[in-house]
Design a protein around this ligand. Structure first.
Ligand SMILES: [Cu+2]
Length: 710
C-alpha cells in the first residue's frame, strides 16, 4: 500500500505541516486548504519511507496533534511520546502549549473540504486540518485552545508530570484550565478554579500549570470561567496505568486513543449568548445538537441553520472483528440534557466511571450527565459491517419538537467505507434492556429497561478505596431547587444550594488565604432570611481526616410541562468519593424528610459503592456520598451543568486549617480589590522607604526580645 506524503512549511500559522494519507483509499484534499504556496513535497511513498520521514521530526511540536496522532499511529509510534504503554516507576515529563482565545467554526479556507453529502460517510480527517473546527457546520464564535475544539488531547501515565503553558490570547477574558478528575494532592494551587485556587490568567499573559497526573482514568480538562468551557475550551484527558494495575485489563484487548469520545453540547450561536439571554429573560434554552469528537451529522440537529453545508462527516471508530475494545466517553454539557448512549447490535460491558473501576455490568445503554465519564468494553462480535453509535438527549433536549440526537459510526475492518444502513432517528436511540445510571427516572418512562443506579455498583478499585464505613464524623445536608426572587435585579428561576447562590470572593481563598476576613464568605451560621436573594462565597469547614457524609437532596421535580432542572450532576474538585446511596421520594420531598430517614438509619448504604467525582442526584430524590477528607485545600463542589454553575449552584469545602494546606509558591500571581487608602503609613508620605524599614527593624527587635523572654 502506498502513502501520500505532503509537507508544507510556514503556512496557516502552524509552522510545518505533514500530512500522511492512505492512497488511494482516502479522498485526497484540495491543496487550496492549506494556502498552497508553502508546498514543499507531494509524492507517493511506501509506508517505510514515510515513517522514516515522520520520525525525523519532533511531532509533539505541532498544533494538529490529534490528526497527526492518527496518521503516525500507522507507523507504530505516537505523535506525543507521553501516549505510551505505561510502565511502573518510569514517569515522564509531558509538556504542552495551550494558546487560548476566540476563534470560529467553519473558517472558510481551513474547512473547505470539511463537508460531505448527506447519507455519505465522508472523510472525518478533512475536518481535522489545522485551523478547522467543524462545530455545527456553520460559522460561529467559539473559545478554543490552539484553534481546536475539542482542544488537544492529553494522554499520559499515572505519575507523569504535566507541564502546560497556557497563554491567554483572548481580547478581553480571563482564563483558567481545570483538570477535571485530577486531585492535585500537594498542588491544590494547580486546580484551576478562579478565585478559589488562582487568579484568572489575564489576557496577554501566561501561566504554567505543573502537577502530577495523580488520578488514573478518563478525565477532561476545561476552562472554569464563565462560558468558555461551554463555548469550546475543553478536551480529553486520559491517565493510564500499567496493565498490571488496571483492575479490568483482562477484559479488553485494546485501550487506544482513537476509541475515546468527548461529547459537546452545541448551540447555533455562542453558549455565552444563549445562556445569558436565558438567565435574564427566562427564555428557556433548549438543546440544539450534540457533537462527538468535534463531528456530527447535521441532519441530527433540530435547528438547521441557513446556508449550512451539506453535512459534516461523522466520527468513525474502527474495530476488528473478534477483538475487545475499551471505549472512554466524556460528556461536557451546558444545559440539563443528559444523554443516553447505545451501540447498534452491541452490548456494553460497563467497567469504570470518573476514573475508578467497578464490578463490570453488562448493559444495553449508559446515561451520562454533565462532567461524568464512563468506560465500557465493546466486543466486536458482529458481522463485518457498519453500526450506529447513538446518543440521544433528555430533559431540555427532549422537549416538544426538540429531540436532540447524534450518531457516530462503528466500522468493522473489511466492511464498506459507508454509513450504516438506514438513518438513525431519535426514537432509534431509545434503548431497551439494561440501563446504567438512569437520569430523570421520576419523569421518564424507563419501564422497558432494567435500571442499574450508580449506588448499586460495586467498587473494585482497591487502591483508591477509602474506609468509609461506620459513623461519619460530619454530615452535611445540601438541598437545592430553583427558587424565584421577584425583584428588579433578580427575576426568574435560580438554581440555589441551601437557598444560597454561590458568588466568587475577590481573590483566591487558597493562595491568598492569610488575607481572608470573616466578611468575605458565608457559612450556615449566616442566616439568609426567607425571600431574600443571598449570594455569597458559601463555605463549609471540614476537619482534616474527617469521614464526611454529604446528603444531596433535590427538592424539585422534573415534569415535562413545568420548568425543571433534570438531575443535577454535582462535581467535587480534589477528591473521589464513594456513592453509597441514592433514591427517589415520590411524595412531597423535603430536607427534613430525608434528614429523618438518614438519622433513623432508614437509608440503606452501600459502603462498597463506586468511587466517582461527579454524582447525578435524582430529581425529587437524594444521593449520599462519603469520603475521607485527606486532601487539604479549598475545593469547589458544584453542579456541572454550565448554565447552573454560572448561576452560582455550588459551594466550597475548606478541608483543614490554613496551615494544613500545601505552601503556595512565593511569587504566585495575586489579585483582589483595591481602593486608595486614606490612611498613609508613617514614613510613606515622605516618598522614601526609610520609615517602613525602621518599622520592620523595630518589630524584629521586639520579637527577638519577646522570644528571649519565653
Ligand atoms: Cu444543575
Amino acid at each position: 500500500m502506498a502513502y501520500r506524503l505532503i509537507i508544507l512549511k510556514g503556512v496557516c500559522d502552524v509552522g510545518e505541516v505533514i500530512l500522511l494519507q492512505q492512497w488511494p483509499l482516502r479522498v485526497i484534499k484540495q491543496r487550496s486548504n492549506f494556502c498552497d504556496d508553502g508546498l514543499v513535497e507531494d509524492r507517493l511513498l511506501s509506508l517505510e519511507e514515510t515513517c522514516l520521514q515522520l520520525g525525523q521530526r519532533t511531532l509533539s511540536d505541532y498544533r494538529a496533534v490529534a490528526k497527526l496522532r492518527l496518521q503516525v499511529s500507522l507507523c507504530g509510534f505516537a505523535a506525543d511520546p507521553c501516549y505510551r504503554d505505561c510502565q511502573e516507576g518510569e514517569p515522564m515529563t509531558c509538556e504542552y502549549n495551550f494558546t487560548v482565545g476566540e476563534y470560529v467554526t467553519m473558517r472558510p479556507a481551513q474547512c473547505a473540504s470539511c463537508r460531505t453529502l448527506a447519507g455519505q460517510l465522508g472523510d472525518a480527517e478533512a475536518c481535522r486540518t489545522p485551523g478547522c473546527i467543524a462545530g455545527g457546520g456553520h460559522v460561529r464564535i467559539v473559545s478554543a485552545v490552539n484553534s481546536q475544539v475539542p482542544g488537544p488531547k492529553i494522554e499520559v501515565c499515572e505519575g507523569d508530570r504535566l507541564v502546560v503553558k497556557v497563554t491567554n490570547e483572548f481580547s478581553s477574558e480571563g482564563a483558567v484550565i481545570h483538570w477535571h478528575g485530577t486531585h492535585q494532592r500537594s498542588t491544590p494551587h494547580m486546580d484551576g478554579t478562579p478565585y478559589l485556587t488562582q487568579c484568572p490568567i489575564l489576557p496577554h499573559t501566561s501561566f504554567v500549570y505543573n502537577f502530577t497526573a495523580d488520578t488514573p482514568g478518563t478525565h477532561m480538562w476545561h476552562s472554569h470561567i464563565g462560558f468558555e468551557e461551554a463555548d469550546g475550551m475543553f478536551g480529553t484527558m486520559i491517565v493510564r496505568r500499567p496493565v498490571s494495575k488496571e483492575p479490568h485489563s483482562d477484559l479488553y484487548d485494546e485501550d487506544r486513543s482513537e476509541h475515546s469520545m468527548i461529547v459537546w453540547h452545541w448551540f447555533g450561536s455562542s453558549a455565552r449568548e444563549v445562556l445569558t439571554i436565558s438567565k435574564y429573560t427566562g427564555v428557556r434554552s433548549r438543546g440544539e445538537g450534540l457533537i462527538i469528537n468535534g463531528l456530527g451529522g447535521l441532519e441530527a440537529f433540530e435547528l438547521p441553520v441557513e446556508n449550512m453545508f451539506d453535512t459534516i462527516p461523522r466520527e468513525v471508530f474502527r474495530v476488528q472483528q473478534g477483538r475487545r475494545y475499551r471505549f472512554r466517553v466524556i460528556y461536557n454539557n451546558q444545559i440539563p440534557c443528559p444523554v443516553q448512549l447505545s451501540v447498534q447490535n452491541h452490548s456494553l460491558l460497563v467497567i469504570a466511571s470518573d476514573g475508578a473501576s467497578f464490578q463490570p455490568v453488562e448493559a444495553n445503554s449508559i446515561m451520562l450527565n454533565g462532567g461524568e465519564r464512563y468506560d465500557f468494553v465493546l466486543k466486536a462480535d458482529q458481522p463485518d459491517n457498519n453500526y450506529w453509535i447513538r446518543f440521544r438527549g433528555l430533559v431540555s433536549c427532549n422537549s416538544g419538537e426538540r429531540k436532540v440526537h447524534q450518531e457516530a459510526v462503528l466500522h468493522y475492518e473489511g466492511a464498506d467505507e459507508a454509513l450504516p444502513e438506514g438513518e438513525s432517528q431519535y426514537e432509534d436511540a431509545v434503548a431497551t434492556g439494561t440501563l446504567v445510571n438512569p437520569i430523570g427516572a421520576i419523569a421518564f418512562n424507563y419501564s422497558a429497561n432494567k435500571l442499574i443506579y450508580v449506588s448499586d455498583l460495586e467498587n473494585v478499585d482497591t487502591e483508591r478505596a477509602q474506609n468509609i464505613s461506620g459513623d461519619a464524623d460530619q454530615i452535611i445536608y445540601i438541598d437545592f431547587q430553583f427558587n424565584t426572587h421577584e425583584s428588579e435585579d433578580i427575576s426568574g428561576f435560580w438554581p440555589q444550594v441551601n437557598s444560597r447562590t454561590f458568588s466568587y470572593p475577590p481573590f483566591p481563598l487558597l493562595t491568598q488565604r492569610y488575607d481572608i476576613t470573616r466578611d468575605m464568605y458565608c457559612t450556615d451560621e449566616d442566616i439568609c432570611a426567607d425571600g431574600l436573594f443571598c449570594a455569597c462565597p458559601y463555605l463549609y469547614n471540614v476537619e482534616l481526616g474527617n469521614l464526611v457524609e454529604i446528603v444531596f437532596i433535590d427538592l424539585g421535580k422534573v415534569t415535562l410541562s413545568a420548568r425543571g432542572g433534570g438531575d443535577h450532576p454535582f462535581h467535587l474538585h480534589g477528591y473521589g468519593f464513594h456513592v453509597v446511596a441514592a433514591g427517589i421520594i415520590e411524595s412531597d420531598i423535603s430536607t427534613d424528610i430525608v434528614r429523618e430517614l438518614n438519622e433513623q438509619n432508614n437509608i440503606s448504604k452501600n459502603f462498597d459503592g463506586p468511587i466517582k467525582d461527579t454524582v447525578s442526584v435524582p430529581s425529587s430524590g437524594y444521593a449520599v456520598i462519603r469520603f475521607v477528607a485527606d486532601n487539604p485545600g479549598f475545593w469547589f463542589f458544584h453542579c456541572h451543568i454550565s448554565s447552573h454553575a454560572d448561576m452560582g449552584m455550588g459551594f466550597v469545602l475548606q478541608v483543614g486549617n490554613l496551615t494544613d494546606m500545601p505552601n503556595t509558591p512565593y511569587d504566585f500571581p495575586r489579585c483582589g480589590n483595591w481602593v486608595e487608602s486614606t490612611e498613609i503609613p508613617s514614613g510613606a508620605a515622605s516618598g522614601s522607604h526609610v520609615g517602613t524599614i525602621m518599622l520592620v527593624l523595630l518589630s524584629w527587635f521586639l520579637l527577638s526580645v519577646a522570644n528571649c523572654g519565653v
